[in-house]
Design a protein around this ligand. Sequence first.
Ligand SMILES: Nc1nc2c(ncn2[C@@H]2O[C@H](COP(=O)(O)OP(=O)(O)OP(=O)(O)O)[C@@H](O)[C@H]2O)c(=O)[nH]1
Ligand SMILES: [Mg+2]
Length: 348
Amino acid sequence: MFWSGEFLLACGALVLAGGGAVIAWAVRRRASRRAIPVPADRPLPAKEHQPAGRLQKSLMKTRQGLLSRLREAWGVNKEVEERFSELEAALLAADIGPKATQQLLDRLRPHARELQSSEALYAALAGLMRTVLEDGSSPAPTARPYVVVVAGVNGVGKTTTIGKLAYRYRQAHQKVLLVAADTFRAAAGEQLEQWAQKVGATCVRHQGGADPSAVAFDGMKAATARNVDVVIVDTAGRLHVKSHLMEELKKVIRIIGRQIDGAPHEILLVIDATTGQNALNQARAFCEALPVSGIVLTKLDGTAKGGAILAVRAELGVPIRYIGIGEAPTDLEPFDADAFVRAVLSED
Ligand SMILES: Nc1nc2c(ncn2[C@@H]2O[C@H](COP(=O)(O)OP(=O)(O)OP(=O)(O)O)[C@@H](O)[C@H]2O)c(=O)[nH]1
Ligand SMILES: [Mg+2]
């Protein structure tokens, strides 16, 4: 009687309902833990990442060139004016650019007589450079999926930067999707796919020559369907002089915004540090056309033109988010103004 069929059925239903509740709780808990992607500027595991030493090494040529010129400029028995004109030449030679150079000189001038030794000059310059560069840390992601669009002219290192950025997010256990909206160059999608495989991300791509907006559309659909944390969109290397290409980029951004509320959450402009003033003019055209939220300065490894960071910051007024110091997945650093200044102004 006691173990009647109805009773057992009721017990079974209770057990099922309890189990269901536990599963729902676990899913909700997991979803809430994954709600917002973590920032990509979390440090990488120590084994493959010794930022201070690597930055110091990457900026060796910049540092050596700058320090020897500064020492020369600030030589003993020189008039203040002579010192300043040589200092100006030294800063320009390090690709610091006319605007940032002028800012540094104007702020140094009132203290000219107090700065007797070259060490005193380095210390004063370091403080001033920090104020030009300001804080470059990335905003913490505020949405999921968190969509990042990467733009810039041909060959600056967009696709490589995307691979390295995806690697950083993967190291933070984020589910990453790469979207190959660069359909301009046939091999571009393949290159992105290879990066996706290398770092453990997935990739959405179409045939070469497809409409970039259609790829972006499919990418956003896939991002939502696959429940990814971070989406990074590659775009074609465009020439700012071809304004219809810039329009195409705007369209890609519009399509992304229509699919995912508030997206793209970041638009990163990639600039090649070795290309000087011309790169700046191209970058300015991008910043005028698009709401660029941050700069990635690539190829800082091995160049003597590391001062370009100051030029870019002063001229464009957009924060530097990351720097590229090589071609390996670990070669992207969140930009740290303090570490950068130490790396270019401390004697070895
Ligand atoms: N040394 C060095 N090389 C880099 C860095 N970033 C990119 N590269 C190299 O620069 C070259 C161009 O990089 P890509 O990532 O293909 O550049 P892109 O902007 O995507 O080029 P397009 O798709 O043609 O517009 C490749 O050989 C990269 O390996 C860097 O930080 N340091
Ligand atoms: Mg590319």
